[in-house]
Design a protein around this ligand. Structure first.
Ligand SMILES: C[S@@+](CC[C@H](N)C(=O)[O-])C[C@H]1O[C@@H](n2cnc3c(N)ncnc32)[C@H](O)[C@@H]1O
Length: 279
């Protein structure tokens, strides 16, 4: 049986974690948004979604709202972004960061959306599906609320692609294995399954692009990879005694030598919504 959502990922319900952890997570989301490799992933998605003035788009699982704000600029004039998240605390953080675009902030569950059919011209859903109980139900909802001819854009991580160099291989294997043990199968491979999930829905123009993020030093990696970040509290990344210190020591040494390397693939999958003609 899969562990309860909150046990395997704080992102399943950010309202139930302590405020100091939430602040760390919101800060981490913002730092990720500024990271050139995450920007490269988003650029790929942006090219696929092609946001345009006048459109109404949904950012499903918007987090601190970084993408929603950029989308709002792209759909102006006349467009609107609905920035939806499960977590009211995260939405509050997004609202605080609002810079004036046409964004409506809405609490909601991506797997049970409170919108009419065909409300949106397109949907952006980034690094959310790995955290929800039923990703296919959520994709079904995203399709339902997108108009015929509209675009769906899903971004998600393939944690099983994570690999290191410059550190002891066996130790890296232990750390990665430990992380794998804490994640469910769908968290490990959500990214690569997105294409199949969209095809299963009968959508058109399905594309899937793996973007392999490269981290050439520990500081760069720490922004995206919690297991490389000494600032991530023990409670957020519990490890067997001694493993964390030994690993972070190795990471630091590799960084000092200049040969630390980490890679992680994030997938961008897109499709056009088509519906059978009614007779
Ligand atoms: C890793 S964060 C990604 C946030 C944002 N998309 C980004 O890329 O910066 C995952 C987000 O999904 C939200 N989330 C998790 N489960 C959700 C659900 N069932 N419905 C809506 N949002 C959800 C979390 O609250 C969190 O803000």
């Amino acid at each position: 049986m899969e562990p309860a959502q909150l046990d395997r990922t704080p992102f399943a319900d950010l309202d139930r974690i302590p405020p100091h952890m939430l602040a760390l997570i919101v800060g981490a989301l913002e730092a990720m948004s500024r990271h050139p490799e995450i920007q490269r992933v988003r650029h790929t998605a942006w090219q696929a979604l092609r946001p345009a003035p006048g459109q109404r788009l949904l950012d499903a699982g918007c987090g601190a709202g970084d993408v929603a704000r950029e989308l709002a600029a792209a759909v102006a004039p006349g467009g609107e972004i609905v920035a939806l998240d499960y977590s009211t605390a995260t939405l509050a953080a997004a609202r605080e960061r609002h810079t004036g675009g046409a964004i409506r902030y809405v609490t909601g569950d991506v797997a049970a959306l409170d919108f009419d059919d065909e409300t949106f011209d397109g949907v952006w859903c980034e690094r959310v599906l790995q955290h929800v109980d039923d990703a296919d139900a959520a994709i079904g909802e995203l399709v339902r609320v997108t108009r015929t001819g509209g675009r769906i854009c899903l971004l998600d991580t393939d944690w099983s692609s994570l690999a290191f160099d410059g550190v002891d291989g066996a130790l890296a294997g232990t750390v990665v294995g430990h992380m794998h043990g804490r994640l469910t199968p769908k968290q490990l491979d959500m990214g690569r399954t997105l294409r199949r999930r969209l095809l299963d829905r009968g959508l058109h123009d399905v594309t899937a692009t793996p973007v392999t993020c490269f981290f050439g030093d520990p500081a760069s990696a720490a922004v995206v990879l919690p297991m490389v970040n000494p600032e991530v509290p023990e409670e957020a990344w519990p490890t067997p005694p001694g493993l964390r210190d030994q690993w972070l020591g190795q990471v630091g040494t590799a960084g000092d030598r200049g040969d630390f390397l980490a890679v992680l693939t994030i997938w961008v999958a897109t499709a056009t919504v088509q519906r059978p003609a009614m007779h």
